[in-house]
Design a protein around this ligand. Structure first.
Ligand SMILES: [Zn+2]
Length: 404
């Protein structure tokens, strides 16, 4: 029952704006089949789209790439790259409809240098082609770029990454919200201090590896949970929230130790629920009025991209957890799933790392030490690099012709 109510509250987009150097067009969005879709014919003029229908096969040309859809199938192929769709292309009233998620996700991924997607309000922007390149564009001559490949610079010598990536790092809690009190932290230190210290070190570790990094907070201040994920939008590859775990007081409270990494879903076990409740509790410190988007109801499908990033978030969580476990004295608490509000608002793969237990003597000392914080930051950065390498492999990133 609650689920139906929540779905009704998550009002779908009614229109999408297509902005190009040639002008701006508003295209209606339909949800008649459940998922947001747009009529392909409405995109032809503004995006200079070509569409060919051959039985169940739909071939769409856009910006030099060729996208091949199948009617009724929730994916699209661009060269060697397959992109999952939310919803399927379909024909109705002699009109071909394409899932909005194609524009929102697959187009910017396949043609990231030319198209940018902004989710709120829904808007696809075609970026202007630089003057000399446009002037030199052959009229009908010259081979088009291979669809689905992304040409990039030489690999970074430290990481092997070829593309410029940006990571948003979220140090948990802050300001009037101290987080957990940290039983085994030295005098006065609390969770918010540890998360900020690790996050700053993580930023430095990423920058050292040639990866862009932003903090949701760089000082001791409180940012609403619902605003944290929003830092990770168009120009962000992934979102990582840093926290410190704790067990409720009790005879066995100090037994639990080690790191665990969460990605978003409904909490499955009592323990996962305990952690989710603990980290969501900050809402009581927040001053803004709760809305359907930021209240506890906001757990439900935040937007059409959420589903698609679950698998990637799970993969990111596994790689970061693997890496952190190698340096952590408290052992491996595994990859977990829970309903964290801070993750629901991110528009990219998002994870939350519980870097250890403040209620465990060894973990507490490790987390409060400079050496421990450095080890954790470096290990998280290595996990992120492993994920981004995999991400680039899936994108079929190749070296520029002649420049290997
Ligand atoms: Zn926390």
């Amino acid at each position: 029952m609650i689920g139906l109510l929540l779905l009704a509250l998550a009002s779908p987009a009614q229109a999408v704006v297509i902005a190009t150097p040639r002008g701006q067009t508003t295209i209606p969005v339909t949800t008649e089949r459940g998922q947001a879709a747009v009529a392909a014919s409405r995109l032809v003029a503004p995006l200079e789209l070509t569409v060919a229908l051959d039985g169940p096969r739909v071939t769409v040309g856009l910006g030099g790439a060729v996208f091949v859809f199948q009617l009724g199938a929730p994916f699209v192929r661009a060269g060697a790259v397959v992109c999952a769709l939310v919803g399927e292309p379909y024909l109705t009233r002699d009109t071909l409809f394409l899932p909005l998620s194609w524009l929102a996700d697959c187009v910017p991924r396949a043609l990231g240098a030319r198209y940018r997607w902004d989710p709120v309000p829904p808007r696809l922007e075609e970026l202007p082609v630089a003057g000399p390149v446009a002037a030199a564009r052959p009229a009908g001559g010259g081979a088009p770029p291979a669809a689905g490949t992304v040409h990039a610079a030489a690999p970074n010598p430290l990481t092997g990454l070829r593309l410029r990536h940006v990571v948003v790092i979220d140090p948990g809690h802050g300001g009037v919200d101290p987080g957990n009190p940290g039983r085994y932290f030295p005098d006065g230190l609390v969770e918010k201090d540890i998360t900020l210290a690790i996050a700053r070190l993580l930023r430095a570790e990423l920058v050292r590896r040639g990866i862009g990094a932003l903090l949701t907070r760089a000082t001791d201040t409180l940012i609403d949970l619902a605003d944290r994920g929003a830092f990770c939008k168009a120009q962000c590859d992934l979102f990582i929230s840093i926290h410190v775990n704790s067990m409720p007081a009790g005879r066995r409270a100090d037994r639990a130790s080690g790191a665990e990494t969460y990605f978003l879903s409904d909490a499955k076990t009592e323990d996962q629920e305990r952690v989710a409740n603990m980290e969501n509790e900050v809402i009581r410190f927040e001053t803004g009025p709760p809305t359907s988007a930021t209240g506890p109801l906001g757990y439900i499908l935040r937007d059409l991209q959420l589903n698609e990033y679950l698998r990637e978030s799970a993969q990111l969580a596994a790689l970061v957890q693997d890496s952190v476990t190698k340096v952590h004295p408290g052992g491996d608490h595994g990859v977990q799933q829970a309903a964290f509000m801070v993750l629901t608002t991110a528009r990219r793969p998002a994870i939350l790392v519980e870097t250890g237990f403040a209620t465990n003597r060894t973990d507490g000392a490790f987390l409060a030490s400079s050496l421990g914080q450095h080890k954790l930051a470096s290990a998280i950065a290595e996990g992120i690099v492993a994920y981004l390498l995999e991400f680039e492999r899936k994108l079929a990133v190749v070296a520029p012709a002649g420049g290997r």
